[in-house]
Design a protein around this ligand. Sequence first.
Ligand SMILES: C=CC1=C(C)c2cc3[nH]c(cc4nc(cc5[nH]c(cc1n2)c(C)c5CCC(=O)O)C(CCC(=O)O)=C4C)c(C)c3C=C
Ligand SMILES: [Fe+2]
Ligand SMILES: [Fe+2]
Length: 344
Amino acid sequence: MPTSARRIGILLVNLGTPDSPETSDVRRYLNEFLTDGRVVDMPAAIRYPLFQGLVVPLRAPKSAKIYKELWTDRGSPLLFHGLDLKEKVQEALGDGYVVAFGMRYQKPGVAGALEELRAANVERIVVLPLFPQYASASTGSVQEKVMDLVKDWWIVPSISFISQFATEPGFIASIVARGRAEMDKQHYDHVVLSYHGIPERHIKKGDPTNYCRFGSCCDTLTDQNQYCYRAQCFATSRLIAVGLGLGPEQYTVSFQSRLQSRLRDPWLQPYTDEVLKEFPAKGIKNVLAFSPAFVADCLETTIEVGEEFKELFEEAGGEHWHLVPSLNSEPQWVEAVADMLRRH
Ligand SMILES: C=CC1=C(C)c2cc3[nH]c(cc4nc(cc5[nH]c(cc1n2)c(C)c5CCC(=O)O)C(CCC(=O)O)=C4C)c(C)c3C=C
Ligand SMILES: [Fe+2]
Ligand SMILES: [Fe+2]
């Protein structure tokens, strides 16, 4: 008797968000997030008491206030955009695929999403962490979680990971189209491409040949630095700039969202909140900002770039700061994701 063809399982994963903007839920989220050894790479014996006992209790009420500003009728944007993307990618890929969506921290979790794929008896699983540039704190953590979960299955399926898509033409074209739509509406003096920061140390830990010097070494992607987050951010930026027809002097690459550390560990620089203050004195009064480390709007885009940086820029004498929305579940991006998955 012929058997019907088995389908391919797709697991889309994003970072995670609190269940609600209440302090108790934000605390639970931050406790899980900031005790992940790939995010805070201190020995567990220090990390747990320091973060659960001190950092998170102090941070949670402040973060909760900001999450309240972000929250919508549909809840957290990171979550509902992820669910929308899942639906639309499923539609684009058709019956030969089963698409599931999970979050690295909190709900819906990666475990439940993997169970959906197991129940569908998929032939193999392709995991797409929704982070364009590879970082151990984001992509690496998702990879670790997936491997940790499937290791207990009686039959371990074939699993592959799309580790990064920093230079993927469909990703770049989707961002360029978003940017063009804004640039057609009005003139901008300058473009800022602001990426989530990470400690420089995290890059050095993934640099076995000791190649990265945080200088021009990151200006090209080579076999030696293919997983360097900084080099990937620069590669994404160059392609966006080419797509928008920008010369090197017309855009700035910078890094945001650093977690203040008393150890004063350097994070990737320049910091967005510092460079933007210098723009007005240089005659840059109208700025278009992109957040190309994120494919879905979230606290770090809508609030940090869209509101906090705007305020800082205006205080420094700037006139107009505008954030290009993330790709979310825009049709061109849905097709780019489906195409990436079909080719994988
Ligand atoms: C681009 C991917 C991300 C990397 C790399 C990353 C590294 C990283 N983040 C923190 C600390 C925080 N990040 C927070 C929010 C947050 N971070 C990402 C993505 C990456 N983080 C996203 C998508 C979000 C938004 C989630 C949402 O619910 O909207 C937060 C929580 C907010 C706050 O309290 O400020 C923290 C804390 C570190 C320390 C780190 C690398 C070492
Ligand atoms: Fe983060
Ligand atoms: Fe580098």
